[in-house]
Write a protein that binds this ligand. Structure first.
Ligand SMILES: Cc1ncc(COP(=O)(O)O)c(C=O)c1O
Length: 389
């Protein structure tokens, strides 16, 4: 199928879009002083709200200390590692911090190739792993073909057991280093991997000595409830070998992480370094963001968001709601309808993004209940109303 995640992330007419001059928690303020309730959170990244005061303070202090060391060790780097590793499943450790999710996914590919000595990769339709040639080829039907990347149908489009059969066939025929898995299709329709399916996929890959890269760049860091969306795993199955985090990891400061099984040694052949990798500002953003999580009781906030979204949007005629936690996609009749809805919502003071025939709802965990209720009310009314554009 030709699905193009991120084809039109913002409402179509660019001159319609608000010019943002400031943002605070769940509100965007445009140049005319209008306030918009933000159900977009910068593609889900500003998960603890815009300009979170303690994270901003930590970044300002780091700005006064040191920004960039070219990889020389820093206290900020140690703080990020410690904060992250206490939250990772046992057996995984931080392999590297990078600037974008795509960069992290590319590093995971290099790690897998060197570790296994195999050249190939498998991805699934509708998945989003980045926009470099190789990462785009993992999930996008319209991306240029990359010979070592095999793209299979998604569990959203074929019976999940059949997808695993096709995967097994592929693993038999090709020397695959790693299989990329996005447990909740956060750009590709909001479909959630069926219960137990990720664990079966991991077991299958391991039986063919292929690694599994769980891409939790959007669905991780509590966006879908627990710290990681693919957990809890069935106790009798192993977890992924590599794990990608990003977006909410630095609350919107550009940073992404690769975590790897402790026995997958990071070597020079994996080309781990790059100019901004693990810079002190990004590291500080990670440490400060993770430090905020316990006091905010993020899982409880996400559960309240789930209840509010489902309560407001379930049962609206002609609309399919899919997702989990604070990650929802609303499928409407057409891409044109999605764009027209997004524009209408914007005019009414609510900001959502749209991609293909979907509206995407990604509120911050810290959205106030009043703003969430107000925004969902406007959204429900728009979904129930006939198209006006
Ligand atoms: C699941 C997932 N992986 C990877 C990426 C790529 O991250 P970035 O845009 O930071 O390169 C995204 C971005 O939307 C994503 O949602």
């Amino acid at each position: 199928m030709s699905f193009h995640p991120h084809a039109h992330l913002l409402p179509a007419a660019l001159d319609d879009l608000p010019r943002i001059v400031s943002a605070c928690n769940d509100l965007l303020v445009d140049a005319a002083g209008h306030r918009l309730i933000d159900l977009f959170s910068a593609n889900g990244a500003a998960f603890l709200g815009h300009a979170h005061p303690r994270i901003a303070q930590a970044l300002k202090q780091q700005l006064d200390a040191v920004w960039l060391t070219g990889g020389l060790p820093t206290d900020a780097g140690d703080a990020a590692r410690q904060a992250l590793e206490t939250r990772l499943p046992s057996g995984l450790r931080l392999a590297g911090l990078y600037t974008t999710g795509m960069e992290a996914a590319e590093f995971a590919m290099r790690m897998a190739r060197v570790h296994t000595g195999r050249p190939g990769f498998v991805g699934f339709d509708r998945s989003m792993h980045g926009k470099s040639l190789a990462t785009a080829a993992l999930g996008w039907a319209n991306a240029p073909a990359v010979p070592v990347v095999h793209r299979l149908p998604s569990f959203a489009d074929q019976p999940p057991a059949q997808v695993l059969q096709q995967l097994e066939d592929c693993l038999r025929r090709h020397p695959v280093a790693a299989v990329f898995l996005e447990p909740v299709l956060g750009s590709g329709g909001g479909h959630v991997a069926p219960e137990g399916w990720c664990a079966e996929l991991i077991a299958l890959c391991h039986s063919h000595s292929a690694l599994v890269v769980a891409d939790e760049i959007l669905c991780g860091v509590h966006r879908t409830g627990p710290f990681l969306a693919h957990a809890p795993m069935r106790a009798d199955f192993a977890g992924p070998d590599l794990l990608l985090l990003g977006k909410g990891l630095g609350n919107g400061f550009p940073v992404a992480a690769v975590a790897a099984r402790a026995d997958i040694a990071c070597t020079a052949a994996m080309l781990p370094g790059s100019t901004y990798a693990g810079n002190p500002l990004a590291s500080r953003a990670v440490a400060a963001t993770l430090a905020e999580l316990p006091a905010l009781d993020v899982p409880a906030r996400v559960a309240a968001i789930t209840e509010a979204v489902q309560g407001a949007l379930a049962g609206v005629e002609g609309v399919v709601l899919r997702g989990r936690g604070a990650l929802w996609m609303i499928e409407v009749a057409s891409a044109q309808r999605a764009q027209s809805l997004a524009r209408r919502l914007y005019r009414q003071g609510v900001f959502v993004s749209c991609t293909a025939q979907y509206l995407r709802v990604l509120p911050a965990a810290t959205i106030t209940p009043a703003h969430l209720a107000q925004a969902l009310g406007v959204l429900r009314e728009a979904l129930c109303a006939p198209d006006q554009d």
